[in-house]
Ligand binder design. Structure first.
Ligand code: ZN
Length: 98
């Protein structure tokens, strides 16, 4: 277990390295860009702005999700609430094994 986990998922209690998930699709984004660049001259750059808008939308809406259960309920390991979660985990494990 050499990989350093940076977050803890509060949904499945896994120590995880979050995955980034953007809305929409990169294929669609590419298609929009192609169409926008091809038609930029005829639309006076409006299509270009639309494509740019879509890219920005995807960038802003990109969320970190748990790779195990795709939940968005992940918190940084060094945050106070994460420590509380870890303490809870430890406690429940001890209960389990005793
Ligand atoms: Zn999870």
């Amino acid at each position: 277990m050499a990989s350093k986990t940076t977050h803890i998922c509060t949904a499945c209690n896994s120590m995880v390295i979050p995955e980034k998930k953007a809305p929409g699709s990169s294929t669609l984004e590419l298609a929009i860009w192609e169409a926008a660049l091809l038609s930029a001259l005829f639309t006076f750059g409006i299509s270009f702005l639309l494509a740019l808008g879509y890219s920005i939308y995807r960038m802003i809406k990109t969320e970190k999700v748990c790779p195990e259960c795709t939940s968005k309920e992940i918190i940084r390991l060094n945050s106070p609430s994460a420590n509380k979660n870890l303490a809870g985990l430890h406690f429940s494990k001890e209960l389990h094994y005793n």
